[in-house]
Structures are given as C-alpha cells and as structure tokens.
Design a binder for this molecule. Structure first.
Ligand code: AHR
Length: 423
C-alpha cells in the first residue's frame, strides 16, 4: 500500500507551549536523595546538589518542574521542610512507606530550580490538609514581606519572594490509594475554596484542578464533570495523568499507546467543553498532563525493597529502545493536542521512572527515553503544530480490542443496573 502524509501550513492546530516539556521531582525513592541531592557525592556542589545530574537536566532544558509530589504531597506538612536543616523533623511518608528527612525542602528546591534554569510548579496537600495550610504556604512563598510568614521566609535566607506562578490543587484525589482520598463532590468543594483563597491573594496565579488518575478509573469521566462544576471559576487547568505498560509482552499494543493518550485527551476536552456549555461560559479550560511516562519494569523488584528508610530503590525502571519509541509517540500526541494541552510533565526526572539514572556515590547517565524527550524539547517548542493527515497501513491491537470489550461489558452491566453509562 502506498503511504501518504498530507500536511499544509494553512492547517495549524496551535503553537506548542514550551511547558509541554516540563518534568516532575517527587520526594519518592531516590529522585531527591541520591538523585538531584547527595551531599557526600564527589561531584556535589556547596549545596549538596549533584553537578553531573544538574548538567544532564540542563541539557533537557526543562521549563518547569512539579514538586514535591505526587502521592507524597497528600501527607506532607510544608512547615517541616523549611528553616534550619538540622532542626527539621524526620517523618513517616505513608504514601511510599518511607522515611522523610526533610533535608531537601522548599528553599533547596527553589535554589536547584535557579541553577537548572527552570520554573517551579508547586503541589498543595489537599489530602490531609486544607485552606489554612495552602494559604499559609502561598504567603510564605510569594508575599514580599511585612507578614509573619513572609518574614519567616526571609529569616530562612530567602529575602526575595519565590513568586511561584503555578499551583496544583492536590494530587490524584480520585485514587483510593491517596492519603485523604475524596469523592468528586468533596474534592470539588475543597479545591474551589482553596482556589478562591489563592486567587484572593493573587488573581494571576495559575491553578490546576485534579482530573482522573487515568482513564481506567471507575469514576472517569464523571469525576471531571463534578470537579469542573465546582472549580470552573477558579481553575485554569484540569490535570491528566497516565502511565503506559507492556507487562503482557504485547509490542503491537504497547507501541500504539499514544492512541490511548489521544482518546484520553479528546474525551477530557469534550467534558470540559460540555461543562463550559452547561455554564454558558466563555472560558476555555486548558489541560495540564502533569504525569505521563512508561512505568512497569520495576513493579516486581519493588516488592522486595524494605520499607521505612530514606532513598528506597523503587520505581527504578530501566528503559529499552521500545520504551523510547513509545515516549516519542506520546510526545507527538501531546504536540497534536497543543491547542488544549499547555503543560505536560514527564514523570519523573531522576531515578524514579526517569530519563536520568544515578548510582549512589557513583556515576549518572541518560536512559533511552532521555533522547526522544531531549529532541522534542529542543526542537518542538514554540513552533506551530500542523494538522497532518496520514494514509498508511494500520493494524488491530489485540489488547485494545479486549480493552474495548471490557468497557462494553461494564457499560452493559451498568445499564442493567439502571446506572448511567459514562462511556
Ligand atoms: O509518579 C509516581 C506516582 O504516580 C505519583 O506519586 C502519583 O501521583 C502517581 O500515581
């Protein structure tokens, strides 16, 4: 069969926001401790930051990095991670069953961002905490001075405000695994009040409301509708998360992963526009795909890793060439939807399902998935994405068929129980 690609500079989808090439640093495994920060490493600088890792990150030219979680953020007290490091408490992190020494906190992250040349995207704990702690954190970070918390920041060595522009209203609050998991109603109400408080402080802050943790969640996409009903006026973005796996050794389906990403984005765009119409609103809800990657290689070995220690060796996927192809296709999917997806974070940056790996006390290196991300980040940003049409052979992927069959079964079961089918 003849393959044809039709492209015209007159058919433009949109301009690719540079923030499509953002990433994510969670207090998880060895992403921070033994990853970006290792004070006894021979290549560590005066702040304990690994300069070899800094250089690899700089090469990727990541415009924004999400921090400090992830699941971690939903049980974290930000107050533990500021002030003199020797006075910071050791805590239990219930999300990852680890010890959290709080040695690398907000100031250390902000200093790291400056050295790397990136912007922070800060996540708030809406699992165990609420309006008070969120507004306090924003005052600590962004208010110039003259208040208790802005003066506290200054006394901690940061005279100028951090001026963090983008804030995530919680993380994966639809997931039963989340500490402080909520129903869509509970989360929507809380997020709208937290968002209101933040916008009272500074209406120009950009806020991200939590969408579903993935499209297989039983509450997807009803979750999005309810959350948007509550947060429409204060949210600027709705988040999407999705990880891809090939643990059934089905290369065809795995290599078609970007189809699943396409469908996920397009469904959520429809939900956003449905809520927009319902509300007779003129606002466009943009999307923040703030966690995406391939994740499955480390699942078995993680079971053997002991709990309650600092720097657990978990989620340390070693990537193949096949994974790099999938990551490349996923980047294309993000670009193809750049009219609505303005932010995307490759999860994560170092050691934890990451393009960069390190050995404690040893070398660091780029994994296979580093390279598609590197080239997309280097050449993909700022340009206009064309709406191309392909005429190429296609194939059916067995697992996709099975996936759709499962969805149909679920639909029928729901219909039989007189429930509204959401697919
Ligand atoms: O990136 C790893 C984890 O995946 C994050 O902590 C969580 O948000 C998601 O489930």
């Amino acid at each position: 069969m003849k393959c044809t690609v039709h492209a015209s500079k007159n058919f433009v989808i949109g301009t690719a926001d540079k923030r499509l090439f953002s990433s994510f640093v969670e207090q998880l495994g060895r992403c921070v401790y033994g990853g970006i920060y290792e004070k006894d490493h021979p290549l560590a600088d005066e702040d304990g930051l690994r300069t070899d890792v800094l250089n690899l990150v700089k090469e990727l030219d990541v415009p924004m990095v999400r921090f400090p979680g992830g699941n971690y953020v939903s049980n974290h007290r930000w107050e533990d991670s500021v002030g003199p490091v020797e006075e910071r408490p050791m805590r239990l992190d219930l999300a990852w069953k680890a010890l959290d020494p709080n040695q690398f906190g907000i100031k250390e992250f902000m200093d790291w961002c400056q050295k790397v040349g990136t912007e922070p995207m800060m996540a708030l704990n809406l699992g165990t905490r609420g309006i008070d702690e969120a507004k306090d954190l924003v005052e600590y970070c962004n208010h110039p001075g003259g208040t208790a918390l802005s003066e506290l920041r200054k006394s901690h060595g940061s005279e100028a405000p951090y001026d963090i522009r983008m804030w995530c209203l919680g993380n994966e609050m639809d997931g039963p695994w989340q500490v402080g998991h909520k129903t869509a109603e509970e989360y929507g109400r809380l997020a709208s009040e937290v968002g209101k408080a933040l916008k009272l402080f500074d209406p120009s802050l950009e806020l991200v409301a939590c969408g579903s943790s993935n499209s297989d969640m039983p509450t997807f996409p009803a979750w999005e509708e309810t959350v948007l009903d509550h947060t429409w006026d204060i949210a600027d973005y709705l988040s999407l998360h999705m990880y891809f796996r090939n643990d059934e050794n089905d290369a065809e389906t795995f290599l078609a992963s970007s189809k699943k990403m396409d469908e996920f984005i397009e469904t959520i765009v429809h939900v956003c526009d449905y809520v927009k119409t319902k509300k007779r609103s003129k606002k466009t809800m943009y999307l923040s795909f703030d966690e995406w990657n391939v994740w499955f290689h480390s699942n078995e070995q993680d079971k053997a890793e002991p709990d309650w220690k600092v720097g657990k060796h978990i989620l340390e996927d070693v990537y193949t060439f096949e994974d790099a192809l999938v990551v490349g296709c996923l980047l294309n999917s993000l670009l193809k939807h750049c009219d609505r997806v303005k932010v995307a974070c490759l999860a994560q940056l170092v050691n934890v399902i990451a393009p960069i790996m390190t050995e404690d006390g040893g070398p660091s290196w780029a994994q296979t998935i580093y390279w598609p991300f590197y080239y997309a980040s280097k050449y993909g940003r700022g340009g206009e994405v064309l709406d191309i049409r392909l005429n190429v052979p296609s194939m059916k992927t067995i697992s996709m068929e099975r996936y759709h069959m499962q969805m149909q079964c679920l639909c029928t079961m729901r219909k039989n129980r007189n429930l509204i089918c959401s697919w």
